[in-house]
Design a protein around this ligand. Structure first.
Ligand code: SAM
Length: 300
């Protein structure tokens, strides 16, 4: 393993830069490590140390981080249930740091009410970007990143989860889910049943000792996690519906499209076929239009 690059000289340069910084007052949303304590920005450390106080989702968790960086600070509990009350104590002209247990505050974590309150009160809200499990996962997945949807935690109840997964059938963008180890296999099995054997990337324990990135099809993922009990924290990155269907694949469904066009409107025929085959409506629409014109010409 290579020696660390963090030389004393570098620290010297950084500390002189930091002392030049003037912090404007406001609410700082500070991203904190999602595992490896070294994943924190220098600005984050600086703000945590210089704020009037740190508002934290879980004070015990945050105190561990502060103690690692030898930051002596007042930590006030601020979670989903007292966010509104804490928000009302925020004053103009002071610096507040807000942190969640891990990662970026407000992303499947408390904080947005606090942000809303500050925005309404004219208190500036300043992000200190950094670790975020869903973003780390999608970057690592090797799946398209130009469009993606973050769904947070899927419904813990089977029915709700299946309704949500069904909605992904015709969606072409990559989807990101947070999932508990207990529900991981159920999620994958539902996805296979309700979608198709799509590519998936499952990120486990990112930045931690047992970090694992599994890439493969849903069938392969189910096989893998059936033999390796899911443990730890997970993000699922699921490929979207592949809209680049080949000419050959489209030709296979033309007879069914013809049949549907005899009994339903063009719009309904396209919707039904898209539901049945998972082909994108847009692509089917142009074929349906052509077929309908041919059928009209036959009758005239
Ligand atoms: N705000 C956080 C962020 O920006 O990463 C996410 C908070 S959410 C309550 C916690 C969930 O994120 C976990 O249950 C897990 O699904 C995912 N997660 C957090 N840390 C992770 C890690 N190190 N590796 C994989 N997934 C992680």
């Amino acid at each position: 393993m290579a020696d660390t690059f963090l030389k004393p000289l570098l620290w010297h340069k950084i500390s002189s830069k930091l002392s030049e910084q003037q912090h404007k007052p406001g609410l700082y949303l500070v991203a904190t490590p999602i595992g490896n304590l070294m994943d924190i920005t220098l600005r984050a450390i600086d703000i945590l140390g210089s704020a009037a106080c740190v508002l934290a989702e879980d004070t015990r968790q945050t105190k561990k981080l502060l103690s690692f960086y030898e930051i002596d600070q007042r930590v006030i509990s601020c979670h989903e249930y007292n966010e509104q009350t804490i928000a009302s104590t925020i004053e103009h002209g002071k610096i507040y740091a807000f942190v969640s247990d891990a990662g970026t505050p407000t992303i499947s974590d408390p904080g947005y009410r606090l942000v809303q309150y500050c925005v309404n009160k004219g208190i500036e809200v300043i992000p200190i970007p950094g670790p975020c499990a869903p973003i780390a996962a999608i970057c690592t997945a090797g799946l398209p990143t130009n469009h993606f949807t973050f769904y947070g935690f899927s419904d813990s109840k089977s029915n709700g989860r299946r309704i949500l997964i069904k909605q992904l059938r015709a969606r072409s963008e990559t989807a990101i889910f947070l999932e508990s180890p207990r529900r991981l296999l159920n999620f994958l099995k539902d996805a296979l049943e309700l979608l198709d054997n799509r590519q998936v990337c499952i990120c486990r324990e990112l930045t931690k000792i047992h970090e694992e990135v599994f890439r493969g099809s849903l069938i392969e993922a189910i096989d893998h996690f059936s033999h390796n009990e899911p443990k730890g924290e997970f993000v699922i990155v699921l490929a979207g519906n592949d809209s680049s269907k080949t000419q050959e694949e489209i030709t296979d469904v033309i007879p069914r499209l013809k049949e549907l066009l005899k009994t339903c409107s063009l719009k309904d025929a396209v919707s039904t076929l898209s539901e049945e085959t998972l082909f994108p409506k847009k692509q089917l629409y142009s074929y349906a239009l052509k077929l309908q014109q041919e059928q009209d010409n036959e009758f005239n």
